[in-house]
Ligand binder design. Structure first.
Ligand code: KDG
Ligand code: MG
Length: 409
């Protein structure tokens, strides 16, 4: 079962996506997601120029061997560009193997451990009334677990907060990358944020009661002692997790946070390999692994990280914002369904244009996702539609402090 053809498809139906399509001699195709927000063309070039030529003629069935060949063989290990490229290949090969087996991919990962995949959605608002509207909208869609982000008094736009309220059924999700030549610059003030967030969660608990599962993302914006303070001040509101409370390049910082708070911690959306997690897992400094399959070398390597985490009762919380393509989301859902230490799955609906390019068999109902029963991943890419949406440069915003200093997280 040799690889005959490798296509790298960059398309921008509302936002940019990088997809690899591997075709075998027998005409079986597999898709993999290599989207890296704001750096898409680096992965596309890595795949096109350095990986595709190595794949031609290889046995498509040799998934683990190909992973090791690309990881160890390059000499240059780790990093988001390399690991997104390896992830794309890995997922495409799993897709091919499952299609050949005639089974949905989760069956090859050990079969289902649960009936569905519990998902959380993103509610946000510039102020409390907008936030409440957004939470209600998510509840009406079926979400039982909701991430809560709000504006901060005195600040203009805040990362992670939808810029316009839901109106007339319009979506309330946010897209943080903006299609501008240079990244937009926003002003940030951590002390103001730390004063405001506990009041938001108090208001949400008073309005929606104790049962609703609530999450919050700190987007790395705190020092260790500020993160410790936030975790402690949120304890009365019983969060499912506090995500990215402090930058995690320095895992020792988490020791300080952990020693001050029992609010569960989730980290890892910018991590690429098991080595980023080593201290955090062995010292039990986190409760949830946040990696995306797309940025962590694919199903093969994230599965190993999650098996390692399971020995410490640490669970999964796979990254699933809109900058993970439907291919990456589907891959996550197959893994979520199969592993034992599943925690929760992030889920943001993609735009209509994205759904036109990627047809999907996964579904969302009553707060739960399911990857579907189609052989393989259950996602196909319509190349004609993809061609209608050429790449457009887009970047995540940059934050500066009130005095103009570049942020320090
Ligand atoms: O590309 C960056 C986004 O994926 C990220 O900001 C989303 O923090 C995020 C989340 O938790 O989904
Ligand atoms: Mg996050």
């Amino acid at each position: 079962m040799k690889v005959e053809k490798v296509d790298v498809i960059v398309t921008s139906p509302g936002r940019n996506f990088v997809t690899i399509k591997i075709t075998t001699q027998d005409g079986v195709t597999g898709l993999g997601d290599g989207t890296l927000n704001g750096r898409e063309l680096a992965v596309a070039g890595y795949l096109q120029d350095h990986v595709a030529p190595l794949l031609i003629g290889r046995d498509a069935h040799r998934i683990e061997d190909t992973w090791q060949y690309l990881y160890r063989g390059a000499y240059w290990r780790r990093g988001p560009v390399t690991m997104a490229a390896i992830a794309a290949v890995d997922v495409a090969l799993w897709d091919i193997k499952a299609k050949i087996a005639g089974l949905p991919l989760y069956q090859l990962l050990g079969g289902a451990s649960r009936e569905g995949v519990r998902a959380y959605g993103h509610a946000s608002g510039r102020d409390i009334p907008e936030l409440f509207d957004s939470i209600r909208e998510h509840q009406s869609l079926g979400f039982k677990a909701i991430r809560v982000q709000t504006g901060v008094p005195g600040l203009g736009s805040v990362y992670g907060v939808a810029s316009s309220p839901a109106a007339g059924g319009a979506r309330y999700d946010y897209e943080p990358a903006r299609r501008t030549r240079l990244p937009v610059e926003e002003t940030w003030d951590t002390p103001a944020y730390l004063r405001h967030v506990p009041t938001v969660f108090e208001a949400v608990r008073n309005e929606f009661g104790p049962e609703l599962t609530l999450l919050h993302d700190g987007h790395h914006r705190m020092t260790p002692i500020q993160a410790a303070r936030l975790g402690k001040s949120l304890e009365p509101y019983d969060l499912f997790w506090l995500e990215d409370c402090t930058p995690a390049e320095n895992p020792e910082a988490l020791r300080l946070v952990r020693s001050h708070t029992t609010t569960p911690l989730a980290i890892g959306e910018v991590f690429n390999t098991v080595w980023d997690y080593q201290t955090l897992i062995t010292e039990q400094l986190i409760d949830y692994v946040r990696s995306a399959i797309t940025h962590t070398g694919g199903i093969s390597s994230l599965r190993k990280i999650l098996d390692f985490a399971a020995q410490y009762q640490i669970k999964s919380g796979i990254h699933g914002p809109t900058d993970i393509s439907p291919v990456g989301v589907a891959a996550a859902l197959h893994l979520d369904l199969a592993i034992h230490n599943f925690g929760i799955q992030e889920y943001m609906r993609h735009s209509q244009a994205t759904d036109e390019v990627f047809t999907q068999s996964f579904s969302f109902k009553d707060g739960y996702l399911h990857p579907g029963e189609q052989p393989g991943l259950g996602v196909e890419l319509d190349e004609l539609s993809a061609g209608k949406y050429p790449y457009q440069g887009a970047y995540l915003p940059i934050n500066r402090l009130q005095d103009g200093t570049m942020h320090d997280w």
